[in-house]
Ligand binder design. Structure first.
Ligand code: AMP
Ligand code: MG
Length: 415
């Protein structure tokens, strides 16, 4: 039999989907919750269903400015004259009864007076002294908003797992609730690795690079409302790294590192991680961001991201963002938008990896187009800042010609 040298030579690598699944399938929400005020719920994830303690709206009310009438009074073959007996305002209901042949002037949001069952909009009527003249053709119960029609008393107003944005704060307040129960914040430790990485605020020595990843990670983690522990830059020294990771694992749900997972360095970190926990080093069919580590150290999940600044953002968005939301209790995961637009330039590509290019959406008379946003090196943050979307080229793609549609993922909501 011929030896299996070809497959042995081909390094085993994971597709983006396989890597995502391998991560998400292992994760479950952290335990622990707290009660917070409505304002403090912004960005937090509900740990239990929010049940409506009242009907919304609280009472039947008018959807329009007009007249509250009894439908049975209205003639079908001609106009009906009704006597106006009062006015109902949103904050000042009409306390009487609408009797036969009577109508009440009513404003939007005002409770429907007793006896009335139909609202006729003011634009449709004519006034004659103290009478309102209603044309035929009015439907019974028209222009009413029913009590509980938006949210019924006791019903689930917001499900557990929902992340609270401005809309949810308003909805919670519309129920009269002052507090909700949310998952506790994730504790995330992050650090940068590399002998060449210099902290900001001092001049660079020859060969050094300022630590930008730590600030990128600070930004994306803060947007996800994590509790952060910043361990700074750790040298490529086994003892220092081991002690730091051991410490981090004891105090966090998640450890995020950048750098040190590429081929040359991985062996050195792998040794340490093997002693500390169970972390797999992956080659993923993705560009940028091919090497990544994922696993567990003690009670903490560890994500070892690549060192290149753009690779950090690509792997963050493909693998870490949803993982952290899952750990934080979000369910279902929000669907990130992607759509097809025409690419207005050629993009060379070899089949094999899924590529994420920095793109910029351009408004053209025919609709949205996309162009490549500057230099695409995986260390170039400037073009990342110029971009407003990823152009996602699938594994099998062998290049794009100007005029062809491509998939884009807007940055909005990602970072
Ligand atoms: P590594 O994955 O450690 O080999 O790093 C890959 C590239 O990313 C190298 O050019 C590093 O200098 C750069 N890099 C690594 N960590 C950082 C960081 N924290 N900030 C900016 N660049 C970094
Ligand atoms: Mg390094």
């Amino acid at each position: 039999m011929a030896s299996a040298t070809t497959s042995a030579q081909a390094p085993h690598s994971l597709s983006v989907e396989q890597a995502r699944r391998a991560i998400l399938d292992r994760l479950a929400p952290v335990s622990g919750w707290e009660r917070v005020s409505v304002r403090d719920a912004l960005g937090r994830i509900l740990a239990e269903d929010v049940l409506a303690p009242c009907n919304v709206p609280a009472h039947d009310n008018s959807a329009m400015d007009g007249y509250a009438v009894r439908h049975a009074d209205l003639r079908t073959d001609g106009e009906t004259g009704l006597t106006i007996v009062g006015t109902a305002f949103a904050g000042r209901p009409f306390s009487g009864m609408v009797g036969a042949g009577q109508a009440v002037r009513i404003m939007t949001g005002a409770p429907i007076p007793q006896g009335a069952d139909t609202i006729v909009v003011q634009e449709a009527v004519r006034l004659e002294a103290s009478r309102v003249i209603i044309p035929p053709g009015q439907d019974a119960f028209q222009n009413l908003r029913r009590a509980g029609e938006d949210l019924a008393l006791g019903g689930v107003a917001l499900p557990a797992g929902k992340r609270c944005g401005p809309v949810e704060l308003g909805l919670i307040a519309s129920l009269g609730l002052a507090e909700v129960v949310v998952y506790r914040r994730l504790r995330v430790t992050y650090l940068s690795t590399g002998d060449e990485i210099a902290s900001i605020g001092r001049p660079l020595a020859p060969g050094e690079v300022y630590d930008s990843n730590r600030y990128t990670l600070f930004g994306v983690l803060t947007r996800l409302d994590c509790e952060l522990l910043d361990l700074g830059v750790v040298r490529d020294e086994p003892q220092a790294l081991e002690a730091t990771l051991r410490d981090a694992a004891a105090n966090s749900d998640v450890i995020l590192t950048s750098g040190g997972v590429s081929v040359g360095e991985a062996d050195f970190i792998r040794e340490i991680l093997n002693r500390l926990g169970e972390v797999a080093f992956w080659k993923i069919d993705i560009k940028p961001g091919r090497p990544m580590a994922f696993g567990r150290i003690g009670n903490a999940w560890m994500f070892g991201l690549p060192g290149n600044p753009v690779a950090v953002l690509v792997t963050w968005f493909q693998f870490v963002h949803d993982a952290l939301l899952t750990l934080a209790g979000a369910h279902p995961l929000p669907v990130l938008h992607s759509f097809q637009v025409v690419c207005i330039e050629d993009i060379p590509k070899r089949p094999g990896r899924r590529e994420f290019l920095r793109g910029r959406l351009v408004r053209a008379p025919e609709g949205l187009h996309v162009e490549v946003a500057g230099a695409q090196g995986s260390g170039v943050l400037r073009s990342m800042s110029d971009a407003d979307c990823f152009i996602v080229l699938p594994e099998e793609c062998a290049g794009v010609h100007a005029g062809q549609p491509v998939t884009v993922q807007p940055f909005e909501g990602l970072f």
